[in-house]
Design a protein around this ligand. Sequence first.
Ligand SMILES: O=P(O)(O)OC[C@H]1O[C@H](O[C@H]2O[C@H](CO)[C@@H](O)[C@H](O)[C@H]2O)[C@H](O)[C@@H](O)[C@@H]1O
Ligand code: UDP
Length: 741
Amino acid sequence: MAKLIIVSNRLPVKLQEKEGKLTYKPSEGGLATGLGSIYKEGDNIWIGWPGMVVEDAEKQQQIHEDLHKESMHPVFLSEAEIKEFYEGFSNETLWPTFHYFSQYAIYDQNLWETYVEVNQKFCDEVVAQAGPEDTIWVHDYQLLLLPSMLREKLPDATIGFFLHIPFPSYEVFRLLPWRKEILEGMLGADLLGYHTYDDMRHFLSSVNRIIGHGSMHGWINTGSRSLLVDSFPMGIDYEKYATVAGSDEVKKRENIYRANFKNQKIILSIDRLDYSKGIPQRLKAFEMFLERYPEFHEKVTLVMLVVPSRDAVEKYKELKEEVDELVGRINGKYSHINWNPIQYFYRSYPLETLSAFYRMADVALVTPMRDGMNLVCKEYIASKLDQKGVLILSEMAGASKELSEALLINPNDINQLVESLHAALVMPEEEQVQHMRNMQVSLRRYNIHHWVSMFMDRLAYVKIKQLSLATSYLDDAIYKELSDSYNTASSRLFFLEYDGALVDYQGAPLRAEPDKDLLELLDTLSSSPKNRVVVVSSRDRNTMQDWLGHLKIDLIAEHGVWIKQLGAGWQTMLSLMDDWKSDIRLIMDLYVDRTPGSFIEEKEYSLVWHYRKVETGLGELRARELVSHLNFLSTNSDLQVIDGQMAVEIKAQEVNKGKATNHWLSTYPHDFILAVGDDWGDEDIFKAMPRDAYTVKIGNSYSVAKYHLDSCSEVRRLLNRLVEPEKKERTQEEINLGKKA
Ligand SMILES: O=P(O)(O)OC[C@H]1O[C@H](O[C@H]2O[C@H](CO)[C@@H](O)[C@H](O)[C@H]2O)[C@H](O)[C@@H](O)[C@@H]1O
Ligand SMILES: O=c1ccn([C@@H]2O[C@H](COP(=O)(O)OP(=O)(O)O)[C@@H](O)[C@H]2O)c(=O)[nH]1
């Protein structure tokens, strides 16, 4: 039966050894607590690190067996791997960079190499566990290379990836020396999920700028595959938190804890000890609050639970010292004999304790500098069964996008934080209930089960869509059939698009002139009396004439405005007007003025605005604007606007390459046709071809063509293979001629 394989660095349980005895404790951290609720459904398994170094083979075996019973498969990491992969590259390079703390990031080639090796180690374990029908769901920044490693080993696998932390803006991401490898690693997935729309658009922009793949509605085409990027804000197991909060056990605990706080109001703060969580900033704001509002002395306590995290990493050690020092200073300054303004606990707690604190807290203070999502604030809301309480939430947490009824703050604005604390403590109960109720409705609906099913449904949809988008790769088996058909045919027609199919795109259009190999290839292909070769282009006829006019081939220029057959001059079958060009050119000139690097190409019956040399992003933005501007101007006219490859073109509607090819189809006998094209304009050619024609598109994106190849060089290889007999014949002819001479 098909199963779901969850893969993350950390398993939902943490191994501990006390007096030689192994124990398993639930892991902290949102990834483990969130997914821990759902992975046990069906035959699902979870692959990950058990949180402790185990070198002893016997112990490893024991752990394997223990975890296996809980559907978990451990990946053991050595001490060096933990240092270099987990503490090092994951938490000293990626974590600070992705949380906009790039001043803390270290760039070390050794750490990177270990990161690659450990991703490979995870890959081996997944491959060992995966069946052909299984779905693999990879999680988080520790495993960014895993999707592509898996794709290489399991080309048809269904692979989802979810990033639990923010994806930074391109300006920050580009600082990483391994930025390209990281993106390529991620692009092996079929579906890439982020908590927020901002994260996903930052990722798309990095892919565009660093790798050069654009996107449409979240779809990226890599040239060989299509994949989807989307946002899925993670929810919590709402019913679990609400039920636990209503249990007798938790109510009992609450009563015990409350006794220590008398009638004081409680402000609650819970996080892992992490600089991304803004703990010192929060403490300083609380200090300022006590200074500004002395009437709250002895009436309010900040209960601060801090969970030890990554304590071998230098920045985390420094933070621990800073927090200890701040708590000491504030308590030293304001404490009385029976009041400590801050109750600080540096350890982790089980769910029931957390739940009792959530119930007790009048205010939850969640103020990270950056946070992928933050589940603590959601758990607080779900636990508020009486709906009384106020959430103060940082705008920099992913959760703020959903929880707009919280008091939203900028964690860098200490004054706003202080005033929000005051507003929360004096907020009338009816207002608290109203906000809490609305947030509960939303969190109940968008819970963890909803999150999983949204992601899984979308992943299944991607697989179906990929099949409908894909054309078959023109592999050896198809080549065999094509070449048999070629060899037995007596009249063959070739329609070969020039730019993008025979010649790679160049920065400047005039740099794409034909090389010697291409000229020889076209010459050989057209040397057979059975072959009629037509090179098709949107270029102007003069360029086509200069570059290819001396060959024994036919030409189609300017999208089909002009055609040239062997032995005849250029002719047009259309009665076209060009009186519109001067007005449109004025508009295009405006876009050239506003967009350095862009330029206009003027053809006889069309105008093209090129932006391939414009700063990435700006060119696309202006192109969208120009397309809608031109569409507006050409409404009710006979003009057509084409949003092409790094160019916007406007031409007469009745001109298209497909119509031009009709001339050959109706004039020349044919029992073999090969048509090759690369961009959307070439779809007209494919559509015009009879059903038995071989139609080939460059790149595996949506097309009516039957097959695809990946590059111009593959097209040339295909043609060269086909003309092997002609080549031999020609060589023999040359030898014979030589003999005669
Ligand atoms: O495994 P650790 O190094 O001990 O760290 C704990 C986890 O921290 C991060 O959690 C994130 O995931 C949450 C759920 O999506 C999200 O709410 C939070 O904003 C993130 O920081 C980390 O992403 C996990 O990989 C760690 O296991
Ligand atoms: O003593 C504690 C404190 C926190 N947590 C859990 O740790 C998770 C923290 O997740 P969050 O998304 O807020 O932040 P992360 O630590 O993942 O960055 C939440 O589910 C908390 O319930 C816990 O299990 N024990």
